[in-house]
Design a binder for this molecule. Structure first.
Ligand code: G3H
Length: 222
C-alpha cells in the first residue's frame, strides 16, 4: 500500500490575470492553499502511519513484542518554478524529503510565454488555431517551445521513478504535467489528455492496487 499525492501549485498572480507560462509568485489565495495543503498532507501522513501500526499490531500477537516497522519515507517533489516551490514552502523538511525537479516544469510556450490566450489569438492567430485543432501534437513556436508530446517524453523518467519507488509522495506541479501524470496512472488515452479537467486547489490521491489505481479527490474551499 502506498500513496501518490498530486496537485497543481496554488493560484499564482499570473493565474489571476490569465497569463500562461512565466515564473510568477503565488497570489494571496495561492499562499493560503499552500499552507492548508501542507497541514492536510501532514495529517494524512500521520493517518497512514497509524493504519500501518494498527495492521502490524493486528498480526504481532506473540508474547515478545517485535520492534515497530520503520515509518515510510514521504517525498515532496515540485518543479523549479516559483509557484510550485512557494506552494511547498510550509512542508517541514524534518517530516518530508523535498526536491525541486526541472522535468516537472510547465509546458514551455516559447514565443507565447507570459501571454494570455486572447493575446495569442490576436498576435498569432494561425498558431492559436493550429493549437486549437491539434493540442496534443502542436508545438509552441520559438526557442524551446514544447508540445504535449514533448512534455510526455520529458516526464517519462519521473513516471518510471514513481512506479518503482515504495515511498509515499506529494507531487506539486502544473496543469499540463498533472494531466499527463493522472492520465498515465488512470489509463486515459493520449488524445484526451490535453482537455482533462484539472482545476487549481484540488488534491488527488492515487493508490496503486493490483487491479488498477484507486483515485480520491479533495477540493479546497477558500
Ligand atoms: O501555462 C500553461 C497552461 O496551464 C496549459 O494549459 O494546455 O490547457 O492550454 P492548456
Amino acid at each position: 500500500e502506498r500513496q501518490i499525492w498530486l496537485t497543481r501549485h496554488g493560484e499564482s498572480t499570473d493565474n489571476v490575470i490569465g497569463r500562461i507560462g512565466g515564473d510568477a509568485p503565488l497570489s494571496k489565495s495561492g499562499r493560503k492553499y499552500g499552507a492548508c495543503l501542507s497541514r492536510f498532507i501532514y495529517t494524512q501522513k500521520k493517518l497512514f502511519r497509524q493504519k500501518q501500526l494498527e495492521k502490524y499490531r493486528g498480526f504481532s500477537g506473540s508474547s515478545t513484542p517485535l520492534p515497530e516497522p520503520p515509518e515510510r519515507n514521504f517525498l515532496v517533489w515540485t518543479s523549479i518554478l516559483k509557484r510550485t516551490v512557494e506552494t511547498a514552502e510550509n512542508f517541514d523538511p524534518k517530516e518530508f524529503d523535498i526536491m525541486h525537479i526541472r522535468f516537472l516544469n510547465e509546458i514551455y510556450a516559447g514565443l507565447c510565454e507570459e501571454m494570455t490566450y486572447q493575446e495569442i489569438e490576436k498576435s498569432y492567430p494561425e498558431e492559436y488555431n493550429a493549437r486549437k485543432n491539434n493540442k496534443l501534437y502542436y508545438r509552441y513556436p520559438g526557442m524551446g517551445g514544447e508540445s504535449y508530446l514533448d512534455v510526455i517524453h520529458r516526464v517519462n523518467p519521473l513516471i518510471i521513478e514513481l512506479e518503482r519507488m515504495t515511498d509515499n509522495i506529494m507531487v506539486i506541479t502544473h496543469r499540463v504535467v498533472l494531466r499527463i501524470l493522472l492520465a498515465y496512472f488512470l489509463d486515459v488515452e493520449k488524445e484526451k489528455v490535453p482537455n482533462m479537467d484539472v482545476p487549481l486547489h484540488t488534491i488527488y490521491c492515487l493508490q496503486p492496487k493490483p487491479y488498477g489505481t484507486e483515485l480520491t479527490k479533495w477540493k479546497y474551499d477558500d
